[in-house]
Write a protein that binds this ligand. Structure first.
Ligand code: GLN
Ligand code: ZN
Length: 818
C-alpha cells in the first residue's frame, strides 16, 4: 500500500460520556436498579450512533475507517480485561463458563467491587486526569478472545451508515500497565503472558477481518514513557513480538482507500463475513499519544517503522517532528497528531500546516492529519456553553466571556480543525484560505486581548529573587511554632473537608443558580462550619478545620475567585467510570481581586480556642486540574498562581490564622513521562509551592497534603517543598512511606494517614494504634502527626465520627507510651 490512509483526516478517539452526560445517567440508572441491561444497551447504542453520525457531519469520511469506534461503558483498559475474559480469581464466577465472556453487570462488578471483593485498583492514565483500572494478571489468568462487543459495535455503526475504525488499547500497553495478581508466583510479570494475549488479539483481528473491517487502531502509549517499573527494552521486545504476530503473520484485508462513495449498499447484511483467506485482518494503525516516541536512549519510532503495521500516529504536540527520513516508513501512513487532544485551544491552522508538511520529510508512504491523543480528554462542544457577561465573581459566575469563544476548540471544533487541515495538506492552502485567515485572526486576538497579559503581574514575577522562594531555617521554625501553638505530642488533625451532606450540596447549587440569596447561603454555610467545629471539639482533635462546605471542588472554588480563569457550564470530561469533572480554563494572567478564604477561616477560628488550619489548594494542583494556557511555560503560569496564593497566606496570617495547609495532591500527576524531563519539572513545581508559602512568618506553620502513597520519584520533592508538616496517604500501605522518609533524612513534621477514607470501614482504636506504632518506630515521634489519609467530603457522618474518635483514642494511647 502506498496511498495515504484517511486522506480526510482522523481523530484518535472521541468523548464517550455524551454531550449531556447521557452515558453517566444511563449507567448510574442501571447501577441503581432503575434500568435493566436492555435499557442501558439501548441508551448506549443511541449515543454511539449519534456520535458516529456527528463525526461524519463534522467532516470525517464515513467509508474508510476515519471515524474512530472508541466507545466504552466504563474504561478502555477494563474493556480489554473483558475482551480477554482476564478477570482476577475473585471474580471468576462472573465469567460465562461457555464462552469466557463477562456480561455488563459482571463488567461493572469488576470495576466497582462487591462485598469483600475489592474492585480493580484505579490509577492515572499517563499524565492525564483520566483514571483506568489496573488489570491483575497471573500465570493462571484465563486469556482468550472472549468478548465480541467490538465486532457488534462495528456492525451497529455500519448499519447506521458509517464504517468505523475500532479503537482499543494495544496488547503491550495492556500488559505493561497490568500488575501481577496476588496469586502470581515470585518473579512473575504480566508481560510473561504476552503470547497468550497476542493470540487472543489475533483472533479478534481475524474476526474483524472476516467481516471486512478496513482498519483497527491499537494504542501503545507505553512507547512514550520510560518511568514505569517495566524496563524499556522489555517493552520494545514485546512490541516487536506482538506486531510480528499481528501484522506480519496475518495479511491485511483488501480495501479501496480514498473512496468517497456512499456506503456499499450491495451487501445484504453489513456484517456478513466477506469471502477471504482465513488469516485476514484489518489494517493496523498504532496510536502513540502523550509524547515523543524518541526519547531516553531508545527510538520507538524506528521500532514501529520496522514492523508491518500500515499506519503510525505521532504526537506532534508533545513530540517533535524527526528531522530526517525514517527507514521503514516508506509503505506506511503517518497520522500527524498536530491538533492537541489534551487541551482546548483553537490552533493556528497555518502553523499546524507547516508542521504537517515537515512530516512529509520522514519519507512515509503517506501523511494525513490527526489529533495528538484521543479527544476523550476535552469536553464535547464549545457551542454548548453560555457566552455572556462573566463579571459576577464567585460561584454565581457561570458564563464564559465572549472573547473566549473564538479562542477555544472542544472536541467537535477539533474534528473540524482536523478535517480542514487534512484538506489543506491534500489540496493546498488555497483550498482552505478562509479558514486559515479566521484562525490566524483568532490567535492574534488572543495575543492582544485584555487580561491575557497584565503588566502588574508580569512586573511582580520579573522582580522575584531567590529570597522569595525561601523561608528561614526549618528547625528554628519548628521551635517557634511549638511555642506559638503549644500542641501535644502526636497532634491530631484532619485534611480539611468534612462530609458534604445533601443539604450543603443543595444550598450551594441554589446559590450558584441564583435562587438562594447570598446572605442566606452564607448563614447556611456558617451553620455548617459551627457544627463541624463543635464536632471536632467534642471528638478532641487538636488542630481544627472549617470543613470546606463552601467548596464544590478544591480547584474550581479558587478558579471562580481568581481573574484569569473561566469556568464552564457543560465542559464535562470523564475522570473515571461515570465520574466527570469540569476543568476550569486558565486563559489569562492570574490576579486575586480579593481574599478568597479568610472569612471562612476566621469565622471558624472565632468559635474555638483551638488553632484552626487555613485551607488552600496549591499552584501545581490548580494547574493540573485546569486547562492551562499554552502560550507561556507552565512554570511561569504556576508562579502567577503561586503569587496569588502567597497573598492569601499573608492575609490569613494577618487575620490570626497560625496554621495554613496548601494541598498539592496532584504534584506527582504532572510528573513527565520521561525520566530525563523530571528534574526540570520538579524544579518549577516545587518552586511555585515555595513561592506560595515562603511569605509567612517563622511561627506560622505551613502544612501540605499529598494524596497518594507511592512516592518514588517525588520523595526528594517532599523535602524540597519545605512545608513544616506534610500529610500523606499511608493506611493501605501500612506506613511504608515513613521509613523511606526517615532514610532520606527527612526531619520535618509528617502525618501518615491512619484512617483509610476511601472505604466506609471504621478503623478500630487498635488498628490505628498499631499503625502509629509502626510510624513512631521508624521516625522521631516528635515529628509525627495523626490524621486521616485524605479529606472526608465523600464520607458520611455515620462512619466519620467513630473513625475520628478512634483516631484520637489511638493518639492518646500512643502518647502515653512515649
Ligand atoms: N483539603 C482537601 C480536602 O480535605 C484535600 C483534598 C485532596 O487531597 N484531594 O478535601
Ligand atoms: Zn488527599
Amino acid at each position: 500500500m502506498t496511498s495515504t490512509a484517511f486522506p480526510g483526516g482522523t481523530v484518535l478517539g472521541y468523548p464517550r460520556i455524551g454531550r449531556r452526560r447521557e452515558l453517566k445517567k444511563a449507567v448510574e440508572a442501571f447501577w441503581a436498579g432503575d434500568a435493566d441491561t436492555l435499557d442501558l444497551e439501548v441508551a448506549a447504542g443511541t449515543l454511539r450512533r449519534d456520535t458516529v453520525r456527528r463525526l461524519v457531519s463534522l467532516g470525517l469520511n464515513p467509508d474508510d475507517g476515519s471515524v474512530p469506534g472508541s466507545f466504552s461503558y466504563y474504561d478502555q483498559v477494563l474493556d480489554v480485561v473483558a475482551l480477554l475474559g482476564a478477570v482476577p480469581e475473585r471474580f471468576r464466577d462472573l465469567i460465562d463458563p461457555d464462552d469466557g465472556s463477562l456480561d455488563l453487570a459482571g463488567y461493572f462488578t469488576v470495576a466497582r467491587g462487591r462485598g469483600e471483593d475489592a474492585p480493580l485498583e484505579m490509577t492515572k492514565w499517563f499524565d492525564t486526569n483520566y483514571h483506568y483500572l489496573v488489570p491483575e494478571i497471573s500465570e493462571t489468568t484465563s486469556i482468550s478472545f472472549a468478548d465480541h462487543r467490538i465486532v457488534r459495535e462495528y456492525a451497529e455503526a455500519k448499519e447506521a451508515g458509517v464504517t468505523t475504525r475500532p479503537v482499543l488499547v494495544g496488547p503491550v500497553t495492556f500488559l505493561a500497565l497490568a500488575k501481577a495478581a496476588d496469586d502470581a508466583g515470585e518473579g512473575f510479570t504480566p508481560l510473561d503472558r504476552l503470547d497468550d494475549v497476542v493470540a487472543a488479539y489475533a483472533d479478534l483481528l481475524r474476526a474483524l477481518g472476516s467481516v471486512g473491517v478496513p482498519w483497527v487502531q491499537l494504542d501503545e502509549p507505553i512507547l512514550v514513557t520510560d518511568t514505569l517499573d517495566v524496563p524499556v527494552e522489555r517493552v520494545h521486545e514485546a512490541v516487536t513480538t506482538a506486531y510480528r504476530a499481528l501484522a506480519t503473520e496475518l495479511s491485511p484485508v483488501e480495501v479501496s482507500t480514498g473512496s468517497t462513495s456512499a456506503t456499499d449498499s450491495t451487501s445484504a447484511s453489513p456484517v456478513e463475513p466477506v469471502e477471504t483467506e482465513e488469516d485476514v485482518r484489518p489494517r493496523i494503525l498504532v496510536g502513540t499519544p502523550f509524547g515523543d516516541l524518541r526519547g531516553g536512549d531508545a527510538d520507538a519510532l524506528a521500532l514501529l517503522a520496522a514492523t508491518d503495521v500500515e499506519a503510525v500516529s505521532l504526537d506532534l504536540v508533545r513530540g517533535a517532528v524527526p528531522t530526517g527520513p525514517v527507514a521503514g516508513l516508506e509503505g506506511k501512513t503517518v497520522v500527524a497528531g498536530i491538533v492537541d487532544g489534551h487541551n482546548i485551544w483553537r490552533v493556528d491552522l497555518a502553523a499546524k500546516l507547516d508542521l504537517a508538511e515537515q512530516v512529509a520529510a520522514l519519507g512515509a508512504g503517506g501523511v494525513t492529519v490527526g489529533t495528538s491523543t484521543s479527544l476523550l480528554h476535552v469536553p464535547h462542544d464549545a457551542d454548548d456553553e453560555q457566552w455572556g457577561d462573566d463579571s459576577t465573581p464567585g460561584a454565581a459566575r457561570r458564563k464564559l466571556h465572549p472573547q473566549l469563544r473564538e479562542w477555544l476548540a472542544f472536541a467537535d471544533q477539533k474534528v473540524a480543525e482536523v478535517t480542514t487541515l487534512a484538506t489543506g495538506l491534500r489540496d493546498g492552502r488555497d483550498a482552505v484560505a478562509d479558514a486559515l485567515a479566521a484562525s490566524g485572526a483568532a490567535v492574534a486576538s488572543r495575543e492582544s486581548a485584555a487580561g491575557v497579559v497584565v503588566p502588574t503581574v508580569r512586573d511582580r514575577a520579573a522582580g522575584l529573587t531567590a529570597a522569595d522562594f525561601t523561608r528561614g531555617d526549618a528547625t528554628e521554625r519548628a521551635e517557634a511554632q511549638a511555642q506559638a501553638l503549644g500542641l501535644p505530642l502526636l497532634p491530631t488533625t484532619t485534611i480539611g473537608s468534612f462530609p458534604q451532606t445533601p443539604e450543603i450540596r443543595r444550598a450551594r447549587a441554589q446559590y450558584a443558580k441564583g435562587t438562594l440569596p447570598e446572605a442566606e447561603y452564607t448563614a447556611a454555610m456558617q451553620d455548617e462550619v459551627r457544627r463541624v467545629v463543635e464536632l471536632q471539639e467534642q471528638i478532641g482533635l487538636d488542630v481544627l478545620v472549617h470543613g470546606e462546605p463552601e467548596r464544590n471542588d478544591m480547584v474550581q472554588y479558587f478558579a471562580e475567585l481568581l481573574d484569569g480563569f473561566a469556568t464552564t457550564a457543560n465542559g464535562w470530561v470523564q475522570s473515571y467510570g461515570s465520574r466527570c469533572v469540569r476543568p476550569p480554563i486558565l486563559w489569562g494572567d492570574v490576579v486575586r481581586p480579593a481574599p478568597m478564604t479568610v472569612d471562612w477561616s476566621t469565622f471558624a477560628a472565632s468559635l474555638t480556642d483551638k488553632p484552626v488550619k487555613g485551607m488552600l489548594t496549591g499552584p501545581v494542583t490548580i494547574l493540573a486540574w485546569s486547562f492551562v494556557r499554552d502560550d507561556q511555560p507552565l512554570g511561569d503560569t504556576a508562579n502567577q498562581v503561586g503569587l496569588a496564593l502567597r497573598d492569601e497566606l499573608t492575609d490569613l496570617e494577618a487575620a490570626g490564622i497560625g496554621v495554613i495547609q496548601v494541598d498539592e495532591p496532584a504534584l506527582r500527576e504532572l510528573l513527565p513521562l520521561r525520566r530525563a524531563d523530571q528534574p526540570a519539572y520538579l524544579d518549577w513545581s516545587v518552586g511555585s509551592f515555595r513561592l506560595a508559602t515562603a511569605g509567612v512568618r517563622t511561627e506560622t506553620q505551613v502544612h501540605t497534603h499529598l494524596c497518594y502513597s507511592e512516592f518514588g520519584e517525588v520523595i526528594g520533592a517532599i523535602d524540597g517543598l519545605d512545608a513544616d508538616v506534610t500529610s500523606v496517604e499511608a493506611a493501605r500501605s501500612r506506613m511504608e512511606i515513613v521509613p523511606e522518609l526517615a532514610d532520606a533524612g527527612y526531619s520535618r513534621g509528617i502525618g501518615p494517614g491512619v484512617y483509610d477514607i476511601h472505604s466506609p470501614r471504621v478503623p478500630s482504636v487498635d488498628e490505628a494504634t498499631e499503625l502509629l506504632h509502626l510510624a513512631t518506630k521508624s521516625i522521631d515521634p516528635r515529628l509525627v502527626w495523626v490524621n486521616p489519609d485524605c479529606g472526608l467530603k465523600t464520607r458520611r457522618y455515620a462512619e466519620t465520627v467513630p473513625s475520628l474518635e478512634n483516631l484520637v483514642g489511638a493518639a492518646k494511647a500512643v502518647r502515653g507510651l512515649l
